[in-house]
Ligand binder design. Structure first.
Ligand SMILES: *Cc1c(COP(=O)(O)O)cnc(C)c1O
Length: 464
């Protein structure tokens, strides 16, 4: 048995930790982590030696150690290239923030801020006060409040207005958004009794009227944001629903989901109902997300009647669902951009990406295809420029796509695409595409940093 002798030839942990090469690692990662990973590195080496491997020299040991430390230090939250074709991808964090919002958030993180403090009077202030004025100005509502996300906005609105009583909803609007957000479940948790009316495809004013009882607290309208019912359909327009609610003395709560503050046709997209329109139609409360089409950080906005907003603010859930100063700062900066709609496409990344022209994206694809082909051809992949159809995502205009362009990568064998997709995900800055029709498709609509994209690729695929 000569293996034990070989093991003794390996330097000790103590020796290695004292060597010059260890100093920068200790400085960067700390003694505990370096010692742990060094022990694991030596274990790997011994295991390799048992099956006939030759022991590395000290430089080799440190190279292996550094690789382990870097891997362990790597964050799953690191930036990535979203080339899935879905601009507002919930699993990838939805909207990218405007520089103005990022700067405001960073300032708020670094310093104390008058979050709940009124600088004029020197008295305790209110968290919502930073956004209330802007939200009222941009939506025409009397009052506004802000919570953690739109799911929370719906939950607290229903609880505050309807706990222990009934809410009428059309069967065509009992949506599931994904991630366990099902409208009937949320209503149950909010303590309101669901009264379903109409059918999946058609609901009429008489259906709502017929369901009104003394126990009715509200009528809920839900924007069917992630699907569309087509064909023989009927829904009651918001304004008419508001009249029915008003006659009966109950509130109309309108969950807009994505909720946009401006007419999207300005960016060549199809119209979605705006928050201002929903307010003008007479809804008592309108709820919408901060990080969908609005283009800000995660948040849920509730705008509407002063008495109903006051009811929400008195609700104990409000404290549990409140947002922090970092997001309030970013939201304020984002909302301010809407005061100048003409420059929105230049300043708000969501609209910048959504309004990119197909011909520009195609040119970008043509620029990038040769470089990608050079890196991937030796591995047996072919690269072509292709047409793509981007989606807004996060439940806005679910069946409408935006013409785009991208790179279509095909491989020799079936499994090759999965292998390539995994390698792209393992890059220091991962690249996420979409596999479909026997190809890996990279939709370039969301690629603004071309140089970074090429850097990331070449770090993982050495040119031949
Ligand atoms: C997205 C959406 C929600 C949930 O909003 P979050 O901001 O994801 O919490 C609720 N209702 C509708 C109609 C939606 O589209």
């Amino acid at each position: 048995m000569d293996a034990p002798a070989d093991f003794r030839a390996l330097p000790s942990i103590d020796h290695l930790l004292k060597s010059e090469a260890a100093a920068p690692l200790l400085d960067r990662y700390g003694r505990t982590l370096v010692t742990d990973e060094l022990r694991a590195t030596l274990q790997d080496i011994r295991a390799a030696m048992r099956t006939g491997g030759t022991p590395p020299d000290e430089a080799g040991i440190f190279a292996a150690l550094l690789a382990r430390l870097e891997h362990r230090d790597r964050s799953n939250l690191r930036p990535l290239f979203n080339l899935t074709g879905t601009v507002l991808h919930t699993n990838l964090g939805r909207a990218l923030l405007a520089e103005e919002a990022i700067a405001a958030a960073v300032d708020a993180m670094r310093e104390a801020a008058a979050l709940e403090f009124d600088l004029d009077s020197g008295r305790r202030g209110e968290r919502d006060s930073h956004l209330r004025g802007l939200l009222c100005e941009l939506t025409g509502a009397e009052d506004a409040t802000i919570v953690n996300n739109n799911a929370a906005a719906v939950l607290i609105a229903l609880n505050a207005v309807g706990a222990g009583r009934e809410a009428i909803v059309s069967r065509g609007e009992l949506i599931e958004i994904g991630g366990a957000f099902r409208m009937p479940d949320i209503m149950e948790r909010a303590g309101v009794r669901l009264v379903e009316v109409g059918t999946t495809n058609r609901t009429h004013p008489k259906d709502y009227r017929g369901a009104l009882r003394p126990e009715t607290a509200l009528i809920l309208k839900v924007h069917t944001s992630n699907y569309r019912i087509e064909g023989f359909t009927a829904e009651v327009p918001g304004a008419e629903l508001a009249d029915i609610a008003k006659e009966a003395g109950v509130a109309l709560v309108n969950d807009l989901g994505s909720g946009t503050l401006i007419d999207l046709s300005r960016f060549g997209l199809k119209r979605e109902p705006t928050v201002r329109e929903a307010v003008a139609e007479g809804a008592g409360l309108v709820t919408f997300s901060g990080d969908k089409l609005l283009g800000g950080p995660q948040a849920g906005f509730i705008v509407g009647r002063r008495d109903l907003i006051a009811e929400i603010n008195r609700n104990p859930l409000k404290r549990a669902l409140r947002v922090d100063k970092i997001r309030i700062a970013a939201l304020e900066a984002t909302l301010k951009l809407y005061r100048d709609p003409d420059r929105l496409a230049a300043r708000l990344p969501t609209f910048r990406l959504l309004s990119r022209k197909e011909c520009d994206i195609r040119q970008q694809a043509e620029r990038l295809a040769p470089a990608l082909a050079t890196l991937l051809a030796p591995l047996g992949y072919a690269v072509d420029v292709c047409a793509c159809a981007s989606q807004i995502g996060s439940g806005a205009l679910p069946v409408d796509t935006i013409p785009s362009a991208g790179l279509r990568i095909t491989g020799a064998s079936g499994g090759a695409l999965e292998t390539l997709a995994a390698r792209l995900r393992a890059l220091p800055r991962p690249i996420l595409g979409r596999i479909g029709d026997g190809a890996l498709i990279l939709d370039l609509r969301c690629l603004l940093d071309e140089a970074g994209f090429l850097d990331s690729l070449s770090s993982g695929f050495a040119p031949s």
